[in-house]
Design a protein around this ligand. Structure first.
Ligand code: BTN
Length: 252
């Protein structure tokens, strides 16, 4: 059995055998006042949500789907920092549990040889310019070897890459531990300590990329890096610089 080593993250776990979306549930619990560090975890997710209106498939018992409720004291503008921190925590988890060294495609797709292993969805509840709660949803493709969804032909799992099956609990535990350590560092030292950890794994910095923003607007340019808020800076073909908050990134 798995024992938690974390103090705050996962101290309260709402576990479901089957649920539509841990994210939807966590947003509701956050609204009802759930504590910082509360996690919604499920064996099976029947209508998982992805970024920018995509769906997220997660077959029964083979993958990890969880949502984490955070209550940071943070202006809204800085919430992208938490998404990047989460991506670093997930990358560390995969490295420690499966021995795979993932790159991060801004903002938060974890890729191994171009294939997606983890998806992260950050949603926030705000009051004026301050954050009331952030809900971070994360899906790890662990033991799946068939990817029925066409979007997922670009996907891989721990199993498809290593030929092994993995117990899910140690991965969840490792993710909580990595996340908690990074979050404490973030609280005590600020994003400046997290940023280099993210940049070390970043796949698209300095590259020509195409970003599709919510609403369909497409921008083309060179990814310069992220600013102190965790926002992508894109040098457009006309030489001007755009800040990109949320988008799908494509590049060759
Ligand atoms: C993406 O890459 O588009 C993000 C996918 C996020 C999936 C996770 S699985 C747990 C949580 N619950 C959901 O409904 N979605 C997120």
């Amino acid at each position: 059995s798995a024992h938690l080593t974390t103090k705050v993250i996962g101290r309260h776990i709402c576990f479901y055998d089957s649920i539509g979306s841990t994210q939807k549930k966590a947003l509701r619990l956050a609204d009802e006042g759930a504590e910082h560090g509360t996690v919604v975890l499920t064996n099976e997710q029947t209508s998982g949500r992805g970024r920018l209106g995509h769906t997220w498939q997660s077959q029964r018992g083979t993958n990890i789907a969880l949502s984490l409720i955070l209550r940071p004291e943070l202006p809204i503008d800085q919430t992208p920092q938490l998404t990047l921190l989460t991506a670093v925590a997930a990358a560390e988890t995969i490295e420690k549990q499966a021995g795979l060294s993932c790159g991060i495609k801004w903002p938060n797709d974890l890729l191994f040889e171009g294939k997606k292993l983890v998806g992260i969805l950050t949603e926030l509840m705000a009051e004026a310019t301050y954050v009331k709660a952030v809900v971070i949803g994360i899906g790890f493709n662990v033991n799946t070897t068939a990817f029925p969804d066409p979007i997922k032909s670009e996907a891989a799992s721990f199993a498809s890459l290593t030929g092994k099956q993995f117990a899910l609990a140690p991965i969840v535990q490792q993710f909580f531990a990595s996340f908690e350590t990074l979050y404490q560092l973030y609280l005590s030292e600020g994003f400046k300590k997290i940023r280099p950890l993210w940049e070390k794994r970043a796949l698209n910095l300095g590259k020509q990329i195409k970003v599709r923003q919510p609403g369909g607007r497409v921008l083309i340019g060179t990814a310069l890096g992220i600013n102190d808020d965790g926002v992508l800076r894109l040098k457009k073909t006309d030489g001007t610089i755009a800040n990109v908050y949320s988008a799908d990134v494509e590049w060759d």
